[in-house]
Design a protein around this ligand. Structure first.
Ligand SMILES: [Zn+2]
Length: 145
């Protein structure tokens, strides 16, 4: 469920997973522990993706962390063949998809690893894949289950 990839991955002028620079650092701390999480508004119960510090529906700042399902199905997908983000130019072509998580009304845009575009299909089962960079940062992708 975890993979390490070499730097550089992308431009990162500030250590954006660090508590000093972001109030959603808990997302990365949780991801390092294998938990896929986001914030939910305590006032109106809206589940916010990506994690936020203010509710986009009622503007409350009273949010709580909830754990998300780590599996789902491919809702839509495409291939990145040109114009990949800096650091990913040599990895094209790769798949980007929208994952509909199991048991929750939430669709997440993510890179889909370990599968070719030609082998993808709508409804394909996928699961979380935690990516670890050489400098200890983490982020998420999905892969076929
Ligand atoms: Zn709210």
């Amino acid at each position: 469920m975890s993979a390490t990839i070499p730097l550089p991955y992308m431009l990162d002028f500030y250590p954006l997973e660090d508590e000093k620079f972001t109030r959603i650092h808990q997302f990365f701390t949780n991801l390092k522990a294998g938990k896929f999480t986001t914030t939910r508004c305590k006032k109106c119960s809206t589940i916010l993706w990506q994690p936020r510090v203010v509710c986009s529906e009622c503007f409350s700042t009273e949010l709580e962390w909830i754990e998300l399902p780590k599996e789902g199905e491919l809702f839509a997908y495409t291939a990145m063949v040109l114009g990949a983000p800096l650091g990913m130019e040599k990895e094209v072509p790769f798949v980007i998809g929208i994952v509909k998580l199991d048991g929750i009304d939430l669709k997440i845009l993510s890179r889909i690893d370990d599968v070719k575009y030609e082998d993808c299909e709508i409804g394909m089962r996928v699961e979380l894949k935690v990516i670890r960079l050489e400098d200890e940062r983490v982020f998420y992708r999905f892969k076929p289950k």
